[in-house]
Design a protein around this ligand. Structure first.
Ligand code: IP8
Length: 266
């Protein structure tokens, strides 16, 4: 039986939370996105969401990304995972309410990294869940790490890992801007958008991409792009578009044109 080639949707933390206030979700955005996801009517969708003002501030306070150094961090590890499950709960509430057969999978329970890079992840379970027509929902999380003891795994690394392992049809990244710009469009209204980028062009602009405006332990936009590059190298098409703007995610999921950045290998 042929395997399902998934579409992987990343909902950026900046789109679904208010990064200026700790532990504040943009519930109206989450609800609209759940509606757009339902209306896309896909049976091959994997959703991954970021940490935003839930995971990042807590992870930063306890230095979780840098690894285990002293016992007080254990509470920080537990707390970071807990606040991520709170955000995930809000996303799940909304998806289920919109009748998406979504199934939450906690990376902290099924992923082990080695110096920050995914080493163990039993992807057969995800394949099985997909094949039965469920929508797996994962998120950036704290994970155990062979070298560091523990660390933070970004949702972007999960996206790329799953996209390569499961030979994804495409990746859609929902952010709080209309794609990638040469400068932060929120700070500079004259920032120039990148509408189409090849792998080579993406690599060239990678270091120019700005840092996140809020706390971000996984490196802001530049960190996200670095994680995505291996997927593009594998020939997987990436669309980066505004998740805070009505219908962009729905249109990107069903293959229609959107305001954003299209990235392909060549
Ligand atoms: O927002 C980070 O995930 P990301 C998750 O996808 C935590 O980088 C726990 C900070």
């Amino acid at each position: 039986m042929s395997e399902v080639r998934p579409i992987i949707l990343k909902l950026g933390g900046s789109a679904i939370t208010d990064k200026t206030q700790e532990l504040v979700a943009k519930t109206e955005v989450i609800n609209r996105l759940a509606d757009e996801i339902k209306r896309a009517d896909l049976d091959n969708l994997i959703i991954v969401h970021g940490g935003g003002s839930f995971g990042h501030p807590t992870a930063q306070r306890y230095g979780i990304k840098e690894g285990y150094k002293e016992p007080t961090q254990k509470l920080g590890f537990a707390e970071t995972h807990h606040v991520m499950t709170m955000l995930n709960g809000l996303v799940m509430d909304s998806l289920i309410l919109h009748e998406v057969p979504a199934l939450s999978i906690a990376p902290s329970c099924c992923v082990v990294t080695d110096n920050g890079k995914i080493k163990i992840f039993e992807e057969n379970l995800i394949k099985r869940i997909l094949k039965m027509g469920f929508t797996p929902v994962l998120y950036g999380d704290v994970v155990f790490d062979e070298k560091l003891g523990f660390t933070v795994l970004s949702g972007d690394q999960l996206v790329t890992y799953l996209a390569i392992k499961l030979k994804a049809e495409k990746i859609v990244i929902g952010v709080d801007t209309d794609g990638l710009f040469d400068e932060d469009p929120k700070a500079n209204p004259n920032a120039k958008p990148y509408r189409h980028l090849t792998l080579e062009e993406l690599k060239k602009i990678q270091n120019k991409l700005g840092k996140s405006s809020g706390t971000d332990v996984t490196g802001g936009m530049a960190g996200k792009i670095a994680e995505l590059i291996p997927a593009v190298e594998h020939g997987i098409h990436v669309t980066i578009t505004g998740a805070t703007k009505p219908l962009s995610i729905n249109r990107a999921l069903i293959g229609k044109d959107v305001l954003g950045t299209e990235i392909e290998k060549a």
